[in-house]
Design a protein around this ligand. Structure first.
Ligand code: SAH
Ligand code: SF4
Ligand code: F3S
Length: 557
């Protein structure tokens, strides 16, 4: 095939970013090229998110824009990948015939075949039919949410595991960019069924990857120069691998159905070594991949933290003191309606226990916690909301995402509980919480002044990029110098991705850089232009001189 140019844009969570990276790697190895401009692409792919309506609307408007482009270029192939493809199913193609390919997150290993088929079908369609632009070739691979717990899932998982493994065997970054930070999946899917959430339907049942595959992937990434790994799972601390569970070809476990683990995973004295718990996994990666200087994990579930995990984090210097543990609400009544499985008091107890084990500012390692909150869940009263404000005050997160409840078709809340909190009330509560969290973030930042931290340097700050006169899109790329997001970059733009672009356009002697602490706080500092080029990806020590909002400022020491 003549080298087709692909534009790939990613929406949603880190899981999607990783999926995009794996898909891009596969496509690059099959001879596809990449472009950062949708207008230049032969294949436009959107890797989508369904978690809130707003996320889907962005994709609808992108697809709307593509209609005109396709009229001029009827051979173009358009694909919707990810959670929205899985949730909307084929109905999406009926509404938007511009879409040729749909591929759910559980079927991404089939994407190369689907694309190949779609490219060829479109070519012959265009040759025969002057109205080809408005016809979808309908190449579809979806799991179908009704089958999420059926036996066919195990087979689908088998090939999906190969998608993750394919990265280990092809170390070449498809865009050739500097690579210091990477995601590694440990768990797919989710079994929690919080009543508001689409993820269990779009990503399917919870499946834990074999620890040997995970450790091997971390080691290979370390060999390639990666120094920071973020382990991914929807409830990442729920990881548990039973070595003698039934396996299928390729060594992948079948879904461990119907098991509920409460209060974390202590090693079972009866099964002993045959179970790898989350604590075991963290320890094993820490010991076997010492090149990984920062090991993180997201997202944690408040109920699943055993002391064993906290002890491993405390005792392993390269595991970061950072936990993202969404509470969602501070009201027990709401928590129950959300099916979260804990009370506000249990959440408080967890936060206290985590701080007791991990908060050690005296050795330069304070614990930083971040959260997610949903406001305006059905029937939420002022009293419920006041309890959320109070939880935010007690938790003292370094940062918190606040979302307005968005009813998602197919979820229990959508079917059973009318979305009765008016939009205006959601907005007011959202703004009030933002103000409370902004104040707390500001206070937490100020508390860091005078401390000395090791930071992983990312690249020029947004301010420096703007000052260098780079545009928004270029700016995103320049700051992404050590990030891993693909976002439709092409290899010939690698220069733009590097700090060189910023340094060349700077006339002063220093340039502002940014990095992150082990607690995931952003630190800005001025670097000498002379040494700036070598900084991205280095871990360097800074003294914090100022803290405001979400940002710390410091100087290299
Ligand atoms: N697995 C993670 C979260 C995944 S979704 C966890 O359980 O913590 C990321 C965040 O989106 C959630 O934490 C929640 O705050 C928010 N979210 C999910 N569904 C939502 C909905 N229907 N409306 C508004 N926010 C939602
Ligand atoms: Fe969604 Fe709940 Fe699973 Fe998180 S734990 S992905 S919020 S169902
Ligand atoms: Fe969105 Fe799917 Fe992630 S719904 S948040 S992309 S798991």
């Amino acid at each position: 095939m003549a080298s087709k140019r692909v534009y790939l844009e990613t929406f949603g969570c880190q899981m999607n970013e990783l999926d995009s990276e794996l898909v891009a790697g596969r496509l690059a190895s099959l001879g596809y090229a990449f472009t950062s401009k949708a207008s230049e692409a032969d294949v436009v792919l959107y890797n989508t998110c369904s978690v809130r309506e707003q996320a889907e609307q962005k994709v609808w408007s992108r697809l709307g824009e593509l209609r005109e482009q396709k009229a001029d270029k009827p051979g173009m192939v358009v694909g919707v990948l990810g959670c929205m493809a899985e949730r909307d199913g084929k109905g999406l193609m009926d509404r938007m015939p511009v879409v040729d390919v749909m591929c759910g997150p559980g079927e991404l290993d089939k994407l190369p075949a689907l694309l190949d088929n779609a490219v060829r079908t479109r070519e012959s369609l265009v040759a025969d039919d002057p109205n080809a632009a408005v016809k979808s070739v309908k190449a579809v691979a979806l799991q179908g949410s009704t089958s999420r717990r059926s036996a066919t899932l195990a087979a689908a998982e088998d090939s999906l595991e190969y998608l993750d493994l394919s990265r280990s065997v092809s170390p070449i970054d498809p865009v050739g960019s500097l690579r210091k930070s990477a995601y590694v999946r440990i768990t797919r899917g989710c079994n929690k069924f919080c009543t508001y959430c689409v993820v269990p339907f779009t990503r399917g049942a919870e499946i834990h990857r074999p620890p040997a595959h995970i450790v091997d992937e971390c080691q290979r990434l370390a060999d390639q120069g990666v120094i920071e790994i973020t382990l991914l799972g929807q409830t990442v601390n729920h990881y548990r691998f039973e070595h003698e569970a039934a396996t299928i070809a390729g060594g992948v476990t079948q879904p461990q159905k119907g098991r509920a683990f409460k209060g974390g995973h202590k090693r079972d004295p009866l099964t002993g070594e045959r179970v790898t718990t989350f604590a075991d996994l963290l320890y094993e990666i820490h010991e076997k991949a010492p090149g990984i200087q920062r090991l993180r994990f997201v997202t944690s579930y408040p109920r699943d933290f055993g002391d064993d995990v906290l002890e491993v984090i405390r005792d392993c210097p390269r595991i970061c003191r950072y936990l993202h543990v969404p509470a969602q609400t501070g009201s027990d009544r709401m928590l129950k309606m959300m099916n979260r499985g804990y009370t506000a008091q249990e959440y408080d107890e967890f936060v206290a226990r985590a701080r007791e084990h991990l908060h050690q500012p005296e050795i330069g390692r304070p614990l930083m916690i971040s959260g997610d909150i949903i406001v305006g869940f059905p029937t939420e009263t002022d009293e419920d909301f006041a309890q959320t404000v109070s939880l935010l005050e007690r938790s003292r997160y370094k940062s918190c995402f606040i979302f307005k409840y968005s009813p998602r078709p197919g979820t229990v809340a959508y079917d059973k509980i009318p979305d009765d909190v008016p939009e205006a009330v959601k907005r007011v509560r959202n703004n009030e919480l933002l103000a409370v969290q902004n104040r707390i973030s500001d206070e937490v930042s100020r508390e860091q002044v005078g401390c000395v931290y090791d930071i992983l340097i990312e690249g020029p700050s947004q301010k420096a990029i703007k000052a260098a006169g780079l545009s928004g899109k270029q700016a995103k790329k320049a700051s992404g110098g050590v990030q891993l997001t693909i976002g439709g970059r092409s290899a010939d733009e690698t220069d733009d991705l590097s700090v060189t672009a910023v340094l060349e356009r700077t006339d002063s002697e220093t340039v502002q850089f940014s990095g992150r602490t082990d607690g995931d706080q952003i630190v800005m500092f001025d670097a000498d232009v002379a040494e700036a080029k070598a900084l991205p990806g280095q871990i360097r020590r800074v003294r914090i001189t100022e803290g405001s909002g979400l940002t710390l400022f410091g100087e290299l020491v």
